[in-house]
Design a protein around this ligand. Structure first.
Ligand SMILES: C[S@@+](CC[C@H](N)C(=O)[O-])C[C@H]1O[C@@H](n2cnc3c(N)ncnc32)[C@H](O)[C@@H]1O
Length: 242
C-alpha cells in the first residue's frame, strides 16, 4: 500500500518541530456510519453551525462547554481529541489563553482543514491529522474528549479511553463530556432512543456502561462523574494520581 507522508505541526513554531507522519487511514466506522456527517464536504459546511449544534444538544451546548472548560486552567497544555462542530474549540482556546496551548487531533483531513480555519486567530492552537488511537508519546495537563465516545464502536471506546488516559501527565485530567442514559421518565428519552437507533448506532453502548468501566477502572486515576439535563449528558473526569 502506498503511504502518503505529510508534515504536521506537532509541537511549536519552527521547522525543527515539524514531524513526518503518515496520513492516517479513515477508520471503517467513520467511513461507513458517519460519512454523511463528517466527511461529506457539503454536509460539513451545512452542519458546522452554532444553531445546529445547539439544536442537537437540546440547547445544552453552552452548559456542557462550561462543564468542560471549568476543569481547565488558563495557561495549561490541553489536547482535544477530535474536532467538533460549532464554537467549542474557539471557546476552549480563548479559555486557555495565549500562555497555554491547545492541540487538536482529528483523523479526517476535511475536519482538520475546517477546524484550522475556525481557529486561525489563535496562535496557541493547532490542529493535526492523526488518529487518536495512535497518538505519540506526549502528555498533557488536560485531555478533553467532547462527544467522541458515543460515536465509537465498543472496542474502539475501550482503546480510545486507554490511549487518552496514557496522554495525561501525573496530576493532570482526562475530561469526557458525552451522552448518558437519561432518567427513565425523561421526556426526551424516546426521541433520543429513536435518533440513536437511526443515526448513532454506537451511542447506546456508551449509555449502558460507566466510562470508568470502559476504561478498565484504571487505578492510576481518581474518577468522578456528574450528569446534566435529566441524565441525558454526563461529564466524567479522571484525575491522574501524582
Ligand atoms: C468529536 S466527534 C463528534 C462531535 C459532535 N457530535 C459534533 O457536534 O461535532 C466527530 C469527529 O471525530 C473525528 N474522529 C472520529 N474517530 C476519530 C479517531 N479515531 N481519531 C481522530 N478523530 C476521530 C471525526 O473525524 C469527526 O471530526
Amino acid at each position: 500500500m502506498d503511504m502518503q507522508i505529510e508534515y504536521v505541526e506537532t509541537a511549536g513554531l519552527g521547522a525543527e518541530n515539524f514531524e513526518a507522519l503518515s496520513v492516517p487511514a479513515i477508520p471503517d466506522y467513520l467511513q461507513e456510519t458517519y460519512y454523511w456527517a463528517y466527511l461529506n464536504p457539503r454536509n460539513v459546511k451545512l452542519l458546522d453551525r452554532e444553531w445546529v449544534v445547539k439544536t442537537i444538544l437540546w440547547q445544552q451546548h453552552n452548559r456542557l462547554t462550561r462543564a468542560a472548560t471549568t476543569e481547565i486552567e488558563a495557561g495549561q497544555n490541553v489536547m482535544q481529541a477530535a474536532c467538533v462542530y460549532g464554537n467549542f474549540s474557539s471557546v476552549l482556546a480563548e479559555h486557555i489563553g495565549s500562555e497555554g496551548r491547545l492541540q487538536i487531533f482529528d483523523v479526517a483531513e476535511i475536519q482538520v482543514t475546517n477546524c484550522r480555519r475556525k481557529l486561525a486567530e489563535y496562535e496557541h492552537a493547532s490542529v493535526a491529522q492523526q488518529d487518536v488511537m495512535h497518538l505519540r508519546h506526549q502528555t498533557f495537563d488536560v485531555v478533553c474528549c467532547y462527544f467522541l465516545m458515543h460515536e465509537l464502536p465498543d472496542e474502539y471506546k475501550r482503546k480510545a479511553a486507554s490511549t487518552l488516559l496514557d496522554k495525561v501527565r501525573p496530576g493532570g485530567k482526562l475530561v469526557f463530556v458525552d451522552y448518558h442514559k437519561p432518567h427513565w421518565a425523561h421526556p426526551l428519552k424516546l426521541i433520543t432512543s429513536i435518533v440513536f437507533d437511526t443515526l448513532e448506532p454506537y451511542a447506546k453502548g456508551l449509555c449502558r456502561k460507566q466510562i470508568a468501566t470502559i476504561a478498565g477502572n484504571d487505578e492510576r486515576f481518581e474518577w468522578r462523574k456528574g450528569t446534566y439535563f435529566g441524565g441525558l449528558f454526563q461529564k466524567v473526569v479522571a484525575t491522574r494520581k501524582v
